[in-house]
Design a protein around this ligand. Structure first.
Ligand SMILES: Nc1nc2c(ncn2[C@@H]2O[C@H](COP(=O)(O)OP(=O)(O)OP(=O)(O)O)[C@@H](O)[C@H]2O)c(=O)[nH]1
Ligand SMILES: [Mg+2]
Length: 471
């Protein structure tokens, strides 16, 4: 199903936001997609906390109601001092805001559509609005909705409080040109702790459209010094990336390789037989899947298939796994998707591969971050989303990294570069931890071999040790 998007123009959205304060709107329900019915409205909007509705008519008005209370179908009259009706017309410059009549309820919380007395939506499941100014709210009908009560669209948004900006950031960052240069130098000078491995191999995993391919493009752009789009990125119902791709990154045109290979995958989907298959992920971890392998949901690559790389060494394995999650969709992660991530995490932990979680699209998630990326660790909203993600995915907060990729820009931006490079530095640190562990394991294995040779270890125990030593 194509993504459900808001019908509010930028101007209409700004005017509506000016009435609501420091908030972000999250589209819950769109009648033209989900149905002009009370049942469709309730299935998506009940128990969502503060909401605002937006009705559209041919006369060019957008109007609706804001409430700070839940819809629950309790049948009761709900009082809400914060509730108001509003109207934004294409003709008028200032939006209209109408507070409730003192002592009267804001809305009746019934199983039918939202009923604010003066405005009743979805009555008898029709794309119409009933207008009764004077009941709970009062307004001039002509100025409010142009007397046009046929609705071309009806939407409901959850109103998410963005909170204030923290005076002290919850993570310190240096936003200077020197810091960017230092990060680039550190990354380019990185040497894995095992001689046979020349590059850290980092795997990007995450739901469809989370920003995996854009992340690679952005890192590539930073090192190239200009915007690149080697990996195809975009939005579609299904994953845009369908092949396993391993990308090397060059420092400048024709420059040397940055010691990092980013592996891009098909998006994860919640059902078992769609999107990237979990078995394929585990084959990637061990290095059995080759570049450009065409993923086939529900039919993982088998060990005897022609494309399966049999002989693998530590350099083919994944040294760090990066979960890529869209910050705007944190609260929409379904239990099925969380279960899938949990199954992946279990196996990843077993193999001892370090994991990082990238929170993408922080510019879309928080307007204050869109305004100035330096607000990232001052934003209460981003901090809350990071905590929520850390808890629901089970990754320590220290491994949750908010970031923004390049998508519309034509020029590089220093702050974006610094945030991107910081995530890469963390990935290299973690990859190194993994490689160091392999060295320790190798030593342990050699000790076992010594014992065997000196007759202090029997053959079955040695075989078990070899099995555990997966490389
Ligand atoms: N505003 C904003 N948009 C982004 C960001 N990262 C990615 N996007 C947009 O999100 C959409 C999906 O990005 P992709 O990089 O294709 O996502 P993906 O995870 O590779 O998706 P699949 O390959 O389909 O699984 C694209 O339209 C990007 O431009 C970001 O940080 N900010
Ligand atoms: Mg992709």
């Amino acid at each position: 199903m194509p993504a459900v998007t808001s019908s509010l123009s930028k101007d209409q959205q700004q005017k509506l936001l000016s009435l609501l304060g420091h908030v972000r709107l999250h589209l819950l329900y769109k009648a033209s997609v989900h149905g002009f019915t009370a049942a469709a409205f309730h299935s998506r909007c009940d128990k969502q906390g503060p909401t605002v509705s937006a009705a559209y008519n041919n006369a060019g008005f957008v109007f609706g109601a804001h409430t700070s209370k839940d819809y629950t179908q309790s049948g009761e009259a709900v009082h809400d001092e914060k509730a108001f009706l509003y109207s934004v017309s294409t003709k008028g410059n200032q939006p209209l805001r109408v507070a409730g009549i003192s002592g009267q309820c804001a809305f009746t919380d019934e199983a039918s559509g939202p009923n604010y007395g003066a405005l009743v939506f979805l009555h008898e499941d029709k794309p119409e609005c009933q207008s009764n100014p004077g009941t709970s709210f009062n307004f001039q009908a002509a100025a409010f909705h142009g007397q046009d009560l046929k609705l071309t669209e009806f939407e409901v948004y959850r109103v998410e409080d963005l909170g204030d900006l923290l005076a002290k950031p919850w993570r310190t960052m240096q936003w200077t040109a020197e810091r960017k240069q230092q990060l680039m130098k550190d990354i380019q000078c990185y040497k894995p702790s095992i001689k046979t491995v020349h590059q850290a191999r980092v795997l990007l995993l995450g739901p469809v459209g989370a920003g995996k391919s854009s992340f690679f493009n952005s890192i590539n752009s930073v090192f190239r010094g200009n915007m690149t789009s080697q990996a195809i990125a975009g939005t579609a119902g299904k994953s845009v990336t369908t092949q396993f791709r391993t990308y090397d990154i060059k420092a400048g045109k024709g420059g040397g390789n940055v010691p990092l290979t980013l592996c891009d995958t098909m998006g994860l989907e919640e059902s078992a037989d769609a999107g990237l298959d979990i078995e394929d992920i585990f084959s990637i971890y061990k290095g059995h899947i080759k570049d450009r392998y065409q993923f086939s949901p529900s039919t993982p690559l088998l060990a005897d298939a022609p494309g399966y790389k049999q002989r693998v060494t530590l350099k083919d394995m994944i040294h760090c796994v990066v979960y890529v999650i869209d910050t705007c969709k944190v609260s929409l992660l379904t239990q099925k998707m969380l279960d899938k991530l949990s199954a992946i995490r279990k196996k990843t932990n077993q193999l001892g591969i370090p994991q990082i979680l990238l929170m993408t699209k922080i510019d879309e998630a928080c307007p204050m971050v869109a305004e100035d990326l330096k607000n990232v660790y001052h934003s209460v909203y981003i901090q809350k989303k990071a905590r929520d993600l850390s808890e629901s995915v089970g990754i320590p907060l220290s491994c949750v990294l908010p970031m923004k990729s390049y998508c519309e820009e034509v020029d590089l931006d220093q702050d974006t570069d610094i945030l991107l490079l910081t995530t890469v530095k963390q990935m290299l640190n973690y990859a190194d931890n993994f490689l160091e562990n392999q060295v320790i394991e190798e030593h342990e294995m050699n000790d076992q071999l010594e014992l065997y040779r000196s007759n202090d270890l029997d053959r079955p125990t040695l075989s078990r040790a070899k099995e555990q030593h997966t490389i």
